[in-house]
Design a protein around this ligand. Structure first.
Ligand SMILES: [Cu+2]
Length: 290
């Protein structure tokens, strides 16, 4: 599903203002002040990225971040991280994120974040990424995320990286977003354990033969190179016994396996990640197929 042709045919203007200290300005809209909006460069081939920012509500009424969108992501979700039985899991906040009057909410690595899914261009340090936030009261607010280096834990001044960026990216063509065909609708989730996080894309996101792509990160959200990854798919609700297959390494931190999930609905996806011969991580997450 990941063809380089498609990866570069995408729908984005990632501008790079070479020579300008291009740290995005704070955004003010009504009672909202949005600062420190940033994202992170994507390691080769990764089609997901997190977005981070700080929202201050200076008004007297609660505000709610209901949704977000980015031109080059198939879908943008608002994610919250919670710990259950010592296992960190990520879930989409379907009802959005509430910012109480006077409250400052920070989305940052290790906590809540925007999740850009199905990126059709890679993100490079120094890029600026336009994102639209939809608030219940303030409406649509456009912000610009400064893309930091892979593994960055906080935004930095962009003055140094901006100068090093090739200027041609500024001219990247703005083409209309590719139509979201049914086949493009992948299911995406991430699975968290103490020592590893896995970004999992199931394509297509419907019953039948599926390709499961896995990108691994360590606790610091840096690309993680493992010895082996095995994937288990089961559907206990329908009495489908779990089947395990070994994933094939397709990149330093990337693995892929083709399996069959013949029924739509909820499946259980398990990963056995052998970080080293002596150190394994097991995580299980539900996935939903159309
Ligand atoms: Cu997430």
């Amino acid at each position: 599903m990941i063809s380089s042709k498609r990866a570069f045919a995408g729908a984005v203007v990632l501008t790079c203002l070479a020579g300008v200290p291009a740290f995005a300005a704070d955004t003010t809209s009504g009672d909202l002040v949005i600062t420190r909006a940033w994202s992170r460069a994507t390691p080769g081939g990764a089609r997901v990225a997190g977005g981070y920012l700080t929202i201050e509500n200076r008004g007297r009424a609660p505000e709610r971040l209901q949704a977000a969108s980015a031109a080059h992501a198939l879908r943008t979700e608002i994610h919250e991280m919670t710990v259950n039985d010592g296992v960190m899991t990520m879930r989409a906040l379907d009802r959005g994120l509430v910012i109480a009057p006077g409250q400052i909410v920070t989305l940052a690595p290790g906590g809540g974040h925007l999740m850009f899914i199905g990126l059709d261009v890679p993100l490079h340090a120094g890029d600026q990424m336009p994102v639209t936030l939809s608030f219940e009261h303030a409406g649509a607010v456009k912000v610009t995320l400064d893309v930091q280096a892979i593994g960055a834990q906080a935004p930095e001044s962009m003055a140094t990286t901006a100068a090093a960026e090739p200027a041609h990216r500024a001219e990247q063509a703005a083409v209309p977003a590719a139509a979201t065909s049914d086949a493009d609708e992948s299911f995406f989730t991430h699975l968290h354990a103490e020592k590893a996080m896995a970004n999992v894309t199931v394509s297509p996101g419907r019953a039948g033969p599926v390709e499961i792509a896995i990108q691994l990160e360590d606790a610091n959200e840096l690309p993680l190179s493992a010895d082996a990854v095995a994937v288990t798919l089961g559907n206990p609700e329908h009495g489908v016994a779990p089947i395990t297959a070994n994933a094939e390494r397709v990149g330093n931190d990337q693995w892929r396996v083709r399996m069959s999930a013949p029924l739509s609905g909820r499946w259980s996806l398990g990963l056995d990640i052998r970080i080293t011969p002596k150190d394994a991580v097991n995580v299980v997450s539900p996935i939903l197929l159309r």
